[in-house]
Design a protein around this ligand. Structure first.
Ligand code: GDP
Length: 220
């Protein structure tokens, strides 16, 4: 699902909400886009949506490979950033290496750092284990158990991917794009609604004033 602006290629149009990776560690388990968002898109009541998505994690866990694997049509902008740049993110992706326990251990610190300048109620969190191809099945199962536990605790959605083979990378980014899009449209609609409500209150205040004046002039 995309808004009317700018013109988008057919393969960038998402009609169905992409599914979570595993139900145990999915914060949003609904099947489709929010009905209000669907209606807004169909009625072209929403404009261009640009979301700020931050990717954090230890050096070497595979952040660069993960992003490069995704077909973003060159829209991504990389930066080594100061933590103030974290402010105003719509989504935070905390990356760890499924073959390196320490990197999962550090995930919580990365998240705390990235959340410092953000409002927890309005940021979507994702915990992503990379290098799935490298892990032995037993080690993978153990790491995933820990990762799912952490994702439940921090209210993040868990995914396991491989930038090498490409496994789940596209599905993951479609999910990030869709959930972020949905959340942005919902908050935009909410802002418009409260703006309209404020206008109505202002108008009725003016009416009251006029009405009072008229009443008082009648009595004179
Ligand atoms: P960053 O420092 O987090 O950006 O990590 P990079 O993306 O530079 O990756 C660090 C190293 O891990 C590189 O040598 C990559 O080739 C390797 N790597 C990244 N992702 C994967 C993966 O999914 N599987 C395997 N086997 N290696 C990976």
């Amino acid at each position: 699902m995309m808004s009317s602006l700018p013109p988008v290629k057919e393969d960038r149009i998402i009609c169905e909400l992409p599914l979570y990776f595993t139900r145990d560690a999915a914060v949003h388990t609904k099947d489709g886009f929010n009905i209000t968002v669907k209606e807004a898109c169909q009625g072209q009541k929403t404009g261009l949506n640009v979301a700020k998505v931050i990717v954090v994690g230890d050096v070497g866990v595979g952040k660069t490979c993960l992003i490069n694997r995704w077909d973003t049509a060159g829209q991504e902008r990389f930066r080594c950033v100061a933590s103030t740049y974290y402010r105003g993110a719509q989504a935070i992706i905390v990356v760890f290496d499924l073959s390196n326990y320490n990197s999962l251990d550090h995930a919580r610190e990365w998240l705390e750092d990235a959340m410092r300048d953000n409002d927890p109620s309005s940021v979507l969190l994702f915990l992503v284990g990379t290098k799935k191809d490298l892990s032995h099945p037993d080690q993978l199962a153990q790491m995933e158990q820990e990762a799912v536990r952490l994702s439940e605790e921090i209210r993040a959605e868990y995914w396991a991917v491989s930038a090498l083979s490409g496994e789940s990378v596209r599905d993951f980014f479609l999910r990030v794009a869709s959930l972020t899009f949905e959340a942005t449209v919902l908050s935009e609609l909410e802002r418009n609604k409260s703006r309209q409500a404020r206008d109505i209150v202002k108008i009725s205040n003016n009416c009251d004033e006029k009405f009072k004046k008229r009443q008082s002039s009648c009595c004179l």
